[in-house]
Design a binder for this molecule. Structure first.
Ligand code: 13P
Length: 249
């Protein structure tokens, strides 16, 4: 059985003060939730303060990105060892916004995934197609290739720690969700791809989330699908009551 994982990607929202407020509220609201892994991913500057708040709770800390090197002359970057030092457990890698605006490629995604795992950080790897690619019928081919590139060179034991987030780009922040069936179908393709690399037994252990306009109203239907193991939530993770509904799908 795969434990569902609901992660909030706060993106570039909330000052440290606001992040403390939101995480304090979440800690209280979500205290009784069981059977679901809960992760929140604030910006780098908010991580230490949020960690203080959620210490000892059922909420885990994630970052939104990292560099693959441990240290060095990379102005403006944050390394995996810095994240570990703060108590971060998860790190989102290859979000479509990073691919689109910050020149993230399948190659840098792979470097970051390998590096994260070597520091015992669990990567949440994002894959997903644009609307144009979907309309051209390229979705399955694209997500399979993004998955293969991201997992290239991983040892079998490490693959089990990885979380994949299928986030169709046209569904992000648009209020347009993939239908539960479509999302489930694409996620099956991702799982088959992992199976072709590491065997079906391993593929069955990897958690694959759906992301893209998930909210309190649609979470239940998405989560009811057999292949969908959780959600990566943007906008709706910034409101405690909405995130509560998603976590309690
Ligand atoms: P929204 O939930 O705001 O559509 O964002 C999804 C996302 O990009 C999460 O990483």
């Amino acid at each position: 059985m795969r434990t569902p994982i609901i992660a909030g990607n706060w993106k570039m929202n909330k000052t440290p003060r606001e992040a403390v407020e939101l995480s304090t509220q979440l800690k209280a609201d979500l205290a009784d939730v069981k059977g679901v892994e809960i992760v929140i991913c604030p910006t780098f500057v908010c991580l230490p303060a949020v960690k203080e708040v959620i210490n000892g709770s059922n909420i885990k800390l994630g970052a939104q990105n990292m560099h693959w090197e441990e240290k060095g002359a990379y102005t403006g970057e944050v390394s995996p060892s810095m994240l570990v030092d703060i108590g971060v457990e998860y790190v989102i890698i290859g979000h479509s916004e990073r691919r689109q605006y910050f020149a993230e490629t399948d190659e840098t995604v792979n470097k970051k995934v390998l590096s994260a795992l070597s520091y015992d950080l669990k990567p949440i790897i994002c894959v997903g197609e644009t609307l144009e690619q979907r309309e051209q019928g390229l979705t399955e081919e694209l997500v399979a290739s993004q998955t293969k590139e991201a997992l290239n060179g991983l040892v079998t034991d490490a693959v089990k720690k990885v979380v994949i987030a299928y986030e169709p780009i046209w569904a992000i922040g648009t209020g347009r969700t993939a239908s539960a069936k479509d999302a489930n179908d694409v996620i099956s393709v991702i799982r088959k791809t992992i199976g072709s690399m590491y065997g079906q037994d391993i593929a069955e252990q990897v958690r694959i989330q759906y992301g893209g306009s998930v909210n309190g109203g649609n979470a239940r239907e998405l989560m009811a699908m057999p292949q969908i193991d959780g959600a990566l939530v943007g906008g709706a993770s910034l409101k405690s009551d909405e995130f509560y509904k998603i976590v309690n799908f």
